[in-house]
Write a protein that binds this ligand. Structure first.
Ligand code: SF4
Length: 458
């Protein structure tokens, strides 16, 4: 289904749409406060972008360096060309060690590879230990946001879910009570796990170490108790030197949730004595993106989610309407590259306002890439006739100033003079989602002149 069709379901619940919009805007504002409190913020963004560009320009060398340094630390490095191979490698490691119960911290890569259902089909119990991820797992849903996976779910719904699965009191919705229940439930799963699986935020070529950032400490607990740790990463997680890490750590949490730093930034340099650490490096379509100079910069992404929090379309249509592992602006670039037929509507889920580009900590030119992706899809003849026609009409209006002004005046007059029920009614989808202030009776010029007169009199 297309993005507009799926978004329609989300928008149908107006109260939820507004609440979702507000919740994400709250995070966006926190991010703004944090960013403005760091005087060298723009320099950090420039530096992060330059480091990522440099890494991509020497990617094969850095990957080899990482593999060799990781091996020296006692890590077993595996390479997976696609999702299926990734899943087979993970399953093979688990089966060889007779693992029946796996605890997993948040990893968008394993979502992308659909690892959970694959392992469950082979009789392995998988428990997501990030609280948001656990909630969506219990509800048999997918995350709707890469940092806030359960942002679309209200606390009352979490209460119902926990009542059904964890036996909490019926009707309970107190976040503290529910978090406490989840803590007890997960603690028990941690204690009986045979292996822990994590994602990777940064892999350092110079040292062969990996860094995992969480706010709940679940990755640390999940890999500290069992003797086997598997870490899965896309190859774009690589950075050249340990000294580069500080740049990204300062940007990541501030951009993601408006915190100065993630609560836990855990470094793993080889397995502890008597334990095993396996790192699975996955391609799964990344080489195709890497080869494309137009979209290569999308591999800079550090998955902070800031572009989602600011996107006016994402905030009002919800993550599930993208039907993609990574939703929002960056997902609308990454996903259609791999599945253009299925996801041809995603680059149009964008107003080209450029807000995503403004907040991206690694300076990905997101709205330019979204625009370029539309051209690519057009070249593949994947854009419908109605969309092309409407684009032509809009382009005709925007390229003629007199017509634009004329239509603007007509719109202003209709907002002022048309009976409101003609604009705001359930049959008009445009009016249903908006509550514009009434157009002022006086023009801006008249209001300004009146204010001047008042000031003069004073
Ligand atoms: S594209 Fe930029 S803003 Fe969006 S998730 Fe990636 S790093 Fe964050």
């Amino acid at each position: 289904m297309s993005h507009p069709a799926l978004a329609r379901d989300f928008i149908a619940n107006r109260e939820r749409t507004q609440w979702h919009d507000k919740a994400l805007w709250f995070v966006r504002e926190k991010r703004d406060r944090m960013a403005s409190s760091v005087p060298e913020w723009e320099l950090l963004r420039e530096t992060a972008s330059a480091i990522k560009q440099h890494t991509l320009s020497l990617l094969p060398d850095y990957l080899e360096q990482f593999e060799s340094n990781a091996a020296k630390l006692g890590v077993v490095v595996h390479w997976a060309a696609d999702a299926h191979e990734h899943n087979e490698i993970v399953l093979g490691i688990l089966q060889q060690r007779n693992v029946r119960r796996l605890v997993k911290s948040k990893s968008m890569l394993t979502e992308e590879c659909h690892l959970n259902p694959y392992l469950e089909q082979h009789g392995i119990e998988v428990v997501d230990t990030d609280l948001g991820e656990r909630i969506v797992q219990l509800r048999k849903e997918t995350p709707s946001h890469i940092v806030l996976p359960a942002i679309h779910i209200k606390k009352e719904e979490v209460g119902e879910c926990f009542h059904e699965h964890l036996g909490t009191k019926k009707g309970a919705s107190d976040p503290k009570y529910l978090a406490e229940a989840a803590r007890h439930h997960l603690r028990e799963r941690f204690c009986r796990a045979d292996a822990g699986l994590t994602g990777v935020n940064f892999a350092i070529a110079e040292t062969g170490g990996i860094v995992i950032c969480t706010n709940e400490g679940n990755a640390d607990l999940g890999v500290s108790l069992p003797k086997l740790h598997i870490a899965c990463m896309g190859f774009e997680k690589l950075i050249p030197r340990a000294a580069d890490l500080g740049v990204f750590l300062r940007l990541l949490a501030r951009s993601a949730t408006g915190q100065p730093i993630t609560t836990y930034s855990s470094h793993f340099h080889g397995p502890p004595a008597g334990c095993e650490l396996h790192i699975v490096i996955v391609d799964n379509g990344r080489t195709e993106i890497f080869r494309n100079p137009e979209f290569r910069r999308s591999l800079n992404c550090i998955r902070c989610g800031a572009c989602m929090n600011t996107c006016p379309v994402y905030r009002r249509s919800g993550g599930h309407s993208y039907e993609a592992t990574v939703p929002g602006p960056i997902g609308s670039i990454l996903t259609p590259i791999q599945t253009p037929e299925k996801h041809s509507s995603l680059p149009f889920a964008c107003t080209l306002c450029g807000s995503c580009t403004d907040v991206c900590p690694v300076k990905i030119d997101l709205h330019h890439q979204l625009f370029a992706m539309r051209e690519v899809l057009d070249g593949k003849r994947l854009i419908g006739a109605s969309k092309k026609l409407s684009m032509k009409l809009v382009s005709g209006v925007l390229s003629r100033t007199w017509l634009y002004n004329l239509l603007g005046t007509a719109a202003r007059l209709s907002l002022r003079w048309l009976p409101r029920f003609l604009i705001y009614n359930p049959l008009n989808a445009w009016g249903r989602q908006r509550e514009l202030p009434l157009a002022p009776k006086k023009t801006f010029r008249q209001q300004f002149a009146e204010r001047q007169q008042k000031d003069d009199k004073r």
